[in-house]
Design a binder for this molecule. Structure first.
Ligand SMILES: Cc1cc2nc3c(=O)[nH]c(=O)nc-3n(C[C@H](O)[C@H](O)[C@H](O)COP(=O)(O)O)c2cc1C
Length: 210
């Protein structure tokens, strides 16, 4: 089993990385590999609402760049960690662009992230951690993905790269995410074939129009 952790910080060894590392260590100790995909330093355009992913249904975003490879990586993973630094109390721009496009493509193609456990991690100097954590969780909760939680809201604190290593509680929260994700992944694997997978819900979309 493997987990893909997406690092939305432009800083490869910044505080977001240290949160991921704590979760990844716990996963790896439990025998589950964790690949870290660094996207925060890339030039990624946001979703342009062209709806081509809905028209073509080929699991690709019409903006032909690396995001299409990352989407397939996410599809192949058993669990997904979305990790972002907090920028203006929200998800960092590049990470938001990646997530909007990846989850829109998945949604347009039968929701292929459905039922994969997901967990959010954020790195923050002071304020906006919970708001950003909430925003990241929205990608999971529209996608029928079980959300892996921890013993607090998943934020690690620091400003300069590495400062978060001094946040013992934040590291413990991130580590607990890894412990709990490993447990959930093993439960799912253990139960595979013994219980039917719930059928996908009917696509009812009224946009509030009566
Ligand atoms: C553009 C920008 C906006 C930021 N906005 C906030 C903010 O709203 N609240 C906060 O506490 N820290 C804010 N920060 C600080 C970062 O969240 C903090 O340095 C974090 O540890 C960065 O994670 P990283 O080392 O993984 O990049 C901001 C930093 C930048 C560069």
């Amino acid at each position: 089993m493997k987990v893909l952790a997406i690092n939305g910080s432009p800083r490869p060894k910044g505080n977001t990385y240290h949160a991921i590392r704590a979760a990844a260590d716990a996963l790896e100790e439990a025998g589950i590999s964790c690949e870290i995909l660094h996207v925060g330093h890339k030039a990624v355009h946001g979703c342009i609402a062209c709806q081509k992913c809905h028209e073509m249904r080929n699991e690709r975003c019409a903006i032909d760049d690396e995001v299409n490879d990352w989407i397939q990586h996410m599809k192949a993973a058993d669990g997904i960690i979305l990790a972002s630094p907090v920028y203006y109390t929200g998800i960092a721009g590049t990470m938001k662009a990646v997530c909007d496009r990846a989850f829109y493509v998945s949604g347009a193609n039968g929701n292929f992230f459905r039922l994969k456990p997901g967990a959010a991690l954020v790195a923050v100097r002071r304020s906006g951690g919970v708001a950003t954590f909430d925003q990241l969780n929205h990608y999971f909760t529209i996608s029928e993905m079980p959300v892996v939680s921890s013993c607090y809201w998943n934020a690690i604190h620091g400003l300069e790269p590495g400062e978060a290593l001094g946040d013992g509680e934040g590291l413990n929260v991130a580590r607990t995410v890894g412990v709990n994700m490993a447990w959930l992944l093993k439960l799912i694997e253990h139960g595979r074939g013994t219980l039917p997978t719930p059928a996908a819900p009917p696509g009812v979309r009224t946009n509030f129009i009566r």
